[in-house]
Design a binder for this molecule. Structure first.
Ligand code: GUN
Length: 174
């Protein structure tokens, strides 16, 4: 996608295209629209990162709380966003054995009890074994350290979602 196309979007179009780059946080895209014109698509990605980094602790926790549990109730109910469903499928979470699903649910609950927000990891850069291992290890982190860890994962998710949007646009203009 050419950055000029991005710069010409109305706020409505921009939010439709970029509104779920940060899971269930369209407000971030709506806010970033005001920063046009962007000189490059990288500048837009940096905009997402800077916006997230500038938030208070409560704001960052709020972003994490907008993420569904991995292999959780929403996956079973079919209510995940398209992006989250794809990422969880990529990591093999849509075909877990019942033992692994139980373990993941137990660890997710323990993690949420400990920190007050859900465990977020860039599922597309991971797989079920690594996710279970990271859940077990990150639950031992300090509160602020873990908040920052979750936020860095959000930024990785964001980068891959933006790449998908650009790739899809490039294909559709071929
Ligand atoms: N990693 C990639 N997508 C997601 C998601 O939707 N939820 C969580 N918890 N982690 C993710």
């Amino acid at each position: 996608m050419d950055v000029q196309v991005v710069n010409c979007m109305t706020c409505e179009e921009f939010v439709r295209v970029f509104g779920n780059v940060v899971e269930r946080c369209p407000l971030i895209a709506a806010a970033l629209w005001s920063r046009r014109p962007f000189s490059s698509t990288l500048e837009l990605e940096n905009g997402f990162n800077e916006f997230i980094d500038s938030l208070s602790i409560e704001g960052k926790e709020g972003i994490l709380r907008c993420h569904p549990d991995l292999a959780g109730r929403e996956l079973l109910a079919g209510t995940l966003t398209v992006e989250s469903r794809g990422e969880q499928g990529h990591a093999g979470l849509t075909s877990l054995s019942s033992a692994d699903a139980l373990r993941m649910n137990q660890l997710n609950s323990q993690y949420k009890e400990q920190f007050g927000f859900p465990f977020v990891i860039c599922a597309r850069m991971s797989d079920k074994d690594r996710i279970l291992q990271q859940l077990e290890s990150r639950v031992r982190n300090q509160q602020l350290q873990e908040l920052q860890c979750g936020i860095e994962e959000v930024k990785s998710i964001c980068r891959l979602r933006l790449q998908d949007i650009y790739n899809r646009a490039a294909k559709s203009t071929k």
